[in-house]
Ligand binder design. Structure first.
Ligand SMILES: Nc1ncnc2c1ncn2[C@@H]1O[C@H](COP(=O)(O)OP(=O)(O)O)[C@@H](O)[C@H]1O
Ligand SMILES: [Mg+2]
Length: 220
């Protein structure tokens, strides 16, 4: 499903270069649940942003669900992101002025789905996530745990093949963090979606079938 072949990533700042990833090769099987662990600054976010096509590697090849990311032009890349990838952030990234149901429906606007169907699909996903009674709530009217569940619903609405979650429990207490991890596990098991969870919490990583460790930009 996901393959990195000798991938390196260097950030260029005026006068200096930061090597964020060095010669990383790995494969993640379709339908698996993998955790990526490592200390702060080890390159975890860089790694999953490369897989999402949000960054371009300095060298090496990345293939996701049969797409060679290097070969994609801008338009194909945004289509790849919209259809293949669902991204979940530590800080939820929910625009403050949309209700939960509109947040979840938003990716369908870009996919060209008509409004009535967008609404119906978003409602049904919120129901599946036990959030029907929060449909009309805006982000500041949701708890952190609810906001992250809405963000996961939004990431799933286009039926992506892969969910990439960057420290999704980092802003949550233990109980709510646990709910979010259970939800990711449920999504992996019942929908067969490949889940890549970035975390530095050993307990959180226990929900994964496999742990990939990274240190100073290299596989450990
Ligand atoms: N946009 C950027 N420009 C320059 N350096 C960056 C940028 N983003 C991250 N880095 C550097 O790359 C390294 C890896 O960062 P990151 O992938 O965010 O690590 P992690 O997610 O594991 O904390 C760090 O040394 C960080 O300072
Ligand atoms: Mg990070």
């Amino acid at each position: 499903m996901i393959r990195l072949n000798h991938v390196s990533m260097e950030y260029r700042l005026t006068g200096t270069r930061v090597a964020a990833l060095r010669n990383v090769s790995l494969e993640i099987a379709a339908g698996s649940f993998v955790a990526i662990m490592g200390p702060s600054g080890s390159g975890k976010t860089t790694l999953i942003q490369l897989v999402a096509g949000l960054l371009t590697p300095t060298s090496g090849e990345i293939t996701v669900s049969g797409h060679d990311l290097h070969g994609l032009n801008d338009r194909a890349m945004s289509e790849f992101r919209n259809r293949t990838i669902g991204f979940v952030f530590q800080s939820f990234h929910l625009p403050s002025y949309y209700t939960a149901v509109d947040q979840v429906a938003l990716p369908l606007v870009f996919a060209g789905v008509p409004e009535a169907e967008r609404h119906k699909r978003a409602q049904s996903l919120l129901a599946e996530f036990d959030l029907s009674d929060r449909e009309q709530h805006k982000p500041d009217q949701l708890s952190g745990g609810e906001a992250q569940r809405v963000a996961i619903a939004r990431a799933l609405i286009n039926n992506p093949k892969v969910i990439l979650a960057d420290e999704p429990t980092g802003n949550l207490d233990r109980v709510n963090g646990g709910h979010v991890l259970e939800l990711l596990q449920q999504v992996n098991r019942t929908r067969g979606v490949t889940v890549v969870l970035v975390t530095h919490d050993e307990k959180a990583a226990r929900v994964a079938e496999r742990i990939i460790r990274i240190e100073k930009g290299e596989l450990a």
